[in-house]
Design a protein around this ligand. Structure first.
Ligand SMILES: [Zn+2]
Length: 192
């Protein structure tokens, strides 16, 4: 029975990966514009899985969050806005009124500064909807210098933003929105 379930699970995984709308790989960049890794996002029934491979971090724990805008402009990546928070919750996996949809457990870089982990953005989706990582223009994935304490507002005292990857619709994806000027910044004003 277990083996059957496992096989069904594998078939399901392969089924997802064969569908271009439910998996995508994004590129991760440091503050000076060097590509330092990738993140592969895959749609699951209970959230979006992220397979993350990056290098160039200091050894130890770092925060990682989904941010509300798909704009990775170095060196500080402030362009990405706040943590993705469609339900208006408080920050932090440990906060009683949290977490933000974009809050994730800290990741640990090994002694050579590399990270190779799998994370799950619970309740998120790559499909349509309020909790879509591709809503509006998209979102972004950012790794910070310090670790997230899971409680402090607004971002867990996790320090400077070091590595950023834009999560955007691919050209040709189904989208109801019309093309927008990439320099437009009006959208940033309405969130807070
Ligand atoms: Zn947060």
């Amino acid at each position: 029975m277990l083996r059957l379930l496992f096989t069904i699970g594998l078939l399901f995984l392969f089924g997802c990966q064969a569908n271009s709308e439910t998996t995508r790989e994004i590129e991760m960049y440091n503050g000076v514009g060097d590509m330092v890794g990738t993140a592969t996002l895959t749609e699951h029934p209970d959230g979006v899985e992220i397979k993350l491979k990056v290098e160039g971090l200091s050894p130890g724990f770092h925060g990682i969050h989904i941010h509300e805008l798909p704009k990775c402009e170095g060196p500080d990546f402030k362009s990405a806005g706040n943590h993705l928070n469609p339900d208006g919750k408080e920050h932090g996996l440990l906060h009683p009124k949290g977490p933000h949809l974009g809050d994730l457990p800290n990741i640990e870089a090994d002694g050579s500064g590399q990270v190779d982990v799998e994370l799950m953005v619970a309740e998120a989706t790559l499909l349509e909807g309020k909790k879509s990582l591709l809503r509006d223009e998209g979102t972004s994935l950012i790794i910070t210098e310090g670790q997230d304490d899971g409680m402090s507002q607004p971002s867990g005292n996790s320090g400077a933003r070091l590595i950023c990857g834009e999560i955007k619709r691919k050209a040709g994806d189904k989208s109801t929105e019309s093309p927008t000027d990439p320099t437009e910044s009006d959208r940033e004003q309405k969130e807070e």
